[in-house]
Design a protein around this ligand. Structure first.
Ligand code: KIV
Ligand code: NA
Length: 268
């Protein structure tokens, strides 16, 4: 049996070989990614890329648990981290703990992730002291989209840079084993990476981080938007359209199913 990577394995990679991370939401995709990736993130981006929500605010605990279970079933060696959704961890430490434990018990994932807003480092300390491995998330925080009026890159002025740097410091000091850094300029990503003792995993945050993460549907060309930071490694939407169009032609001209795809009764 294969031992799954866990928080200490990822934490130990600070400054070493870059950590390879992608999001995953389903068992078959997790199975296909497991070999290449150190870490599979069941991101609350699932609400947007799989369920068609306009942002991640509507994502529920039940959605995260169902997708977390699927990714755990599909993968064997990669560490699996499940996002805590909006509304699941900021009411109180007790609420955060109860929801984190529910995710860990019901999915078997090795850690949870929270977006490190102003009140969150205290929550991270509460969770990690009680045995819940936590990943932080600073810079652009998608769960704050309705406060901010959109998805905007962070750290364009000095005050904002200082805020992101401070949130990263507090997140690491609170016991997070790694920190996602999203949507920041290269100089800030490098500053954050130097300032914290745990690995930074960047998305739209330059090559200056200790690892990289992308939303899998973005890099596979399944989701219809291409921000500057995404590199497309496949055109799965094009492949699906091509396959569906060919299937439609074959059905309409009755060339599908053919003899090889047809059951026949035994001849008497
Ligand atoms: O939800 C998500 O996919 C994420 C990653 C982009 C870091 O939080
Ligand atoms: Na997320």
């Amino acid at each position: 049996t294969v031992r799954r990577l866990a928080a200490p394995d990822i934490a130990a990679r600070k400054g070493g070989a870059p950590i390879v991370c992608l999001t995953a939401y389903t068992a078959p995709v997790a199975a296909a990614l497991d070999e290449a990736c150190d870490l599979l993130l069941v991101g609350d981006s699932v609400g947007m890329v799989v369920h068609g929500l306009p942002n991640t605010v509507g994502v529920t605990m039940e959605m995260m648990i169902l997708h977390g279970q699927a990714v755990m079933r599909g993968s064997r060696k990669a560490m699996v981290v499940v996002d805590m959704p909006f509304g699941a961890y900021e009411a109180s430490h007790e609420q955060a703990y109860a929801n984190a434990v529910r995710i860990m018990k019901e999915t078997g994932a090795q850690a949870v992730k929270v977006e490190s807003g102003p009140t969150v480092p205290e929550t991270i300390a509460y969770l990690t002291k009680r045995g819940v491995p936590v990943m932080g998330h600073v810079g652009l925080r998608p769960q704050a989209v309705l406060m901010e009026g959109g998805f905007k890159a962070k750290g364009r002025d000095e005050a904002e840079r200082a805020k992101v740097l401070e949130e990263a410091r507090l997140t690491a000091e609170a016991g997070a084993f790694a920190i996602v850094v999203e949507g920041v300029a290269e100089s800030l990503a490098r500053e954050v990476t130097e300032a914290v003792a745990v690995p930074t995993i960047g998305i739209g945050a330059s090559a200056g981080c200790d690892g990289q993460v992308l939303v899998v549907d973005d890099m596979l060309g399944l989701f219809d938007w291409t921000p500057k930071f995404v590199r497309r490694y496949a055109d799965l939407k094009g492949e699906i359209q091509r396959a569906a169009a060919q299937y439609a032609r074959d059905v309409r001209d009755r060339s599908f199913p053919g003899p090889a795809e047809t059951y026949y009764a035994k001849k008497a």
